[in-house]
Ligand binder design. Structure first.
Ligand SMILES: *[C@@H]1O[C@H](CO)[C@@H](O)[C@H](O)[C@H]1NC(C)=O
Length: 765
């Protein structure tokens, strides 16, 4: 056995399981919760059985006067609880056996530095208004500056808006990169997004006169000049005339008629074999840089991001044909220049590498406020659940920060054969491309991004590339790979690999969640449905893990029921939970306390605050009662053949000044009127009225307080929690004056709806 680190016998990555002690404690805890949940079902069943027997025997019990009407509510609660219980089982799959991965990049370098594969990086942007051009350029620059042999790195920007300004900005960025890349290398800069890097610096005093200070001042000046030119162009809406004349690429816009109707626009801005223009200021080769706006025609579906990705896969196969493809959203810059190497440690591992289809990094965010008002951090997902997912057989593909093997993306079936991805194209370095051959390559690649290409090659979108027809094209694509037998890896390094901007308003967060929930529901009824069709193809753990997401839309129903019915029943004094004195109270109390403290502990462990946890609970509730609920309703209508025109709303990332000030202060941003807000506000108002109603009753009647509490404690607690969690909602409805408040129309509508619901309920039953 060789014992040198470089020898094959040492793996390139290592997998660690969670400490067994903690895991055993957790499993015990989980089992006790299971017993608690089971007892709740027992209670409901025995209770219902009792009623049936009593009513069957025509025996009237004092407490059960309106027994008939509450049976139906209890049946509903039982249904809801059964669903919650089932969902709880899904969540356990994500906690059962988390794994943690570690890579050994030095071994990778020792063994394969000379034969590293080519890597193609795809950055997708779709709308220059919602995704500011400078943000996109910072992302592009950060990935161009990866610590990786530049002749093997290619960066593609897909611009679905086909904006001339974006093209111009990329042109500017490619010139700036000629200074930025050597600067990064020289001073080992981290992170390599210029803006993020400048923001980390507390600017040095002028007395320090090192080389670095001078260079830094120089590069900063270059950056600011570039920024000014790009922003001027963006403001005026056009590219300066002299630039337009100088670069032939702009002539491709001559035939442009609209965003949805234009030819393929493809421009290779830098090419590793282009000796004249593609060297940096220190005469080193630059990474290949390509701009692509695929052809769009009104009569052809464009399939959103999946369509863009598939065009990129095809076009890149002609230009650089990297064996590894990485894709990242335009708002997520690379925060770690070594991420490519980390990912390759998985793919190139001699023993396990050949089974791996993709390596997923978490999505992390910068600029989230301390208590994370909209739950945008998703820490529990990235620090805990995704590790559990990995332990079940591999995480889901979340559409950004992910490295894929090209052949698997193109539909290769899994086989147990070792299929090395070591570079086999080292011999093509010699022949440099002339200007003409570069143009020829562009012309040859263009048809691959045309609308008709997929008509002639219909496998794209069904068996090759990202799959079409699902709002979460990424998740279903990853799932289809796993169904074919491929594995995936989750890699969550200490220093985060990708950082993005969080959503800044409640509306944005809810719309995004709604789209995801719709997509997940589509997966549930697709031919890859994790609970059904994936049986036998995925491990049971992985099936359950996927169910956590597929059931987002349906789980909204029991949640809405739980938020409305028990509170309404308070008004009529109908108890739906056991009394405090009853032994059945214990399982309820145990499940509530245990589940709450477990979730709180998880949150704190992932680095959040108590207030952050509370905010997350609110978002949990809002997502389920609005995003998921609307997603469910619309999906069902669509299945029944009443499609609603709900566009693929891009979630905007820019906010006005005032709004971002409110964000800093953690004041909830509502702003516009939306059916989802009305729905949320109605539930909030309803609970407030029910709470007021029951309090009045308890105070008026003699000894009422004690009696009501004794009889309906859990129900009152539920109602009070719902009222407390909705405090920002009441503020937005009635007390705030700023622009981010809820419109008066929503306040009126929700009050009317809630009052009439309470009134009807009281009158009719
Ligand atoms: C991003 O990178 C910087 C330096 O490279 C590091 O200090 C910081 O912790 C990273 N951010 C995160 C969230 O990991």
């Amino acid at each position: 056995m060789a014992n040198k680190e470089g020898e094959i016998s040492y793996p390139l990555f290592e997998t660690r399981r969670a400490t067994s002690g903690w895991l055993i404690i957790y499993r015990f805890f989980s089992f006790s919760l299971f017993l608690g949940i089971f007892s709740i079902f027992l209670y409901r069943f025995s209770y219902l059985l009792n009623i049936v027997v009593i009513h069957g025997g025509k025996e009237e019990e004092e407490d059960n006067e309106d027994g008939k009407s509450w049976v139906i509510f209890s049946v509903g609660l039982l249904g809801a609880e059964l669903f919650f219980g089932l969902y709880w089982v899904f969540t356990q799959a994500l906690r059962w056996k988390p794994v943690f991965r570690q890579t050994f990049k030095h071994r990778l370098s020792q063994r394969y530095e000379q034969s590293l594969p080519r890597v193609d990086v795809f950055v997708c942007t779709a709308d220059p208004e919602k995704e500011p051009t400078m943000m996109v350029m910072n992302t592009v620059l950060s990935v161009m500056a990866y610590d990786y042999p530049t002749e093997k790195l290619s960066v593609y920007l897909s611009d679905d808006a086909a904006s001339e300004i974006t093209f111009y900005a990329l042109l500017e960025a490619s010139s700036f990169a000629k200074h930025w890349l050597p600067f990064c290398k020289r001073f080992n800069v981290e992170p390599r997004s210029p803006l993020a890097y400048f923001n980390t610096l507390s600017f040095p005093t002028s007395s320090e006169d090192s080389v670095w200070t001078k260079e830094l001042a120089h590069i900063k000046k270059l950056y600011e000049d570039m920024e000014k030119r790009i922003e001027d162009a963006a403001k005026s809406g056009q590219v300066p005339r002299y630039v337009r004349l100088k670069h032939k690429g702009f002539s491709q816009w001559d035939s442009f008629s609209s965003r949805r109707d234009h030819d393929t626009i493809l421009q290779i801005l830098l090419h590793r074999k282009d000796a004249q223009n593609s060297k940096d200021v220190e005469e080193c080769v630059m990474p290949t840089l390509v701009y692509l706006a695929r052809e769009k025609r009104p009569q052809y579906p464009h399939h959103f991001k999946a369509g863009a990705m598939n065009s990129l896969i095809r076009v890149s196969s002609k230009i650089s044909n990297g064996k590894i493809i990485m894709n990242v959203d335009c708002d997520m810059y690379s925060n770690n220049s070594k991420s490519v190497r980390d990912a390759l440690c998985f793919f190139m591992d001699e023993e396990k590498g050949h089974e791996i289809a993709f390596v997923q990094y978490p999505q992390n965010f910068v600029g989230v406020t301390k208590n994370d008002l909209y739950g945008s951090h998703m820490e529990v997902f990235s620090e805990l659940e995704a590790h559990g997912f990995d332990g079940c057989g591999g995480p889901l593909y979340i559409g950004t920060g992910c490295f894929h093997r090209r052949d698997v993306l193109c539909g290769r079936k899994f086989s147990d054969q070792h299929n090395a991805i070591i570079n086999d194209c080292n011999n093509d370095n010699d022949d440099l491309l002339t200007m003409e051959s570069l143009q020829k390559q562009e012309q040859e690649s263009k048809p691959l991004a045309s609308c008709t290409y997929e008509e002639q090659n219909p496998l794209w979108g069904s068996q090759m590339g990202l799959l079409y027809g699902c709002a979460v094209e990424d998740v279903i694509t990853g799932l289809s790979m796993q169904c074919k037998g491929w594995k995936s890896m989750y890699y969550n390094p200490e220093r985060k690999a990708f950082l993005g901007a969080p959503l800044m308003t409640l509306g944005q967060a809810l719309v995004q969640q709604k789209r995801w929930a719709e997509g997940e529901f589509q997966i549930l009824v697709s031919k890859y449905s994790p609970p059904w069709h994936a049986y036998g193809k995925l491990s049971v753990g992985l099936q359950l893990a996927y169910c956590n997401y597929c059931f987002w839309a349906p789980i909204s129903l029991p949640t809405v029921y739980y938020c409305i019915v028990p509170s309404l029943c308070l008004l009529k004094g109908i108890p739906l939970f056991p009394k405090i004195s009853s032994p059945w109270f214990i399982p309820f109390a145990y499940v509530i306390v245990a589940e709450t403290s477990c979730s709180l502990l998880e949150f704190l462990r992932c680095g959040s605050t108590v207030q952050g946890w509370w905010n997350e609970q609110r978002m949990w509730l809002y997502k389920r009662t609005s995003s998921y609920f609307f997603a469910f309703m619309e999906s069902i209508l669509k299945l029944l053949g009443f499609p609603l025109a709900s566009g693929f709303a891009i979630t905007a990332k820019v906010s006005e000044q005032e709004a971002s000030e409110r964000y800093e202060k953690e004041i909830m941003e509502f702003g516009a009127s939306s059916p989802m807000f009305t729905h949320l506000a109605t539930i909030a108002m309803l609970n407030l009225f029910c709470f007021l109603g029951v309090s009045m009753e308890a105070l008026i009647s003699e000894g009422g307080l004690i009696r009501v509490l004794e009889k309906m404690a859990l129900q009152i607690i539920l109602c009070v929690v719902l009222v407390l969690i909705n405090v920002p909602m009441y503020e937005g409805l009635f007390f705030r004056k700023d622009k981010g408040r809820l419109p008066t129309s929503v306040a009126i509508k929700s009050t009317v709806f809630a009052l009439s619901a309470c009134g009807l309920f009281k009158a009719l039953l």
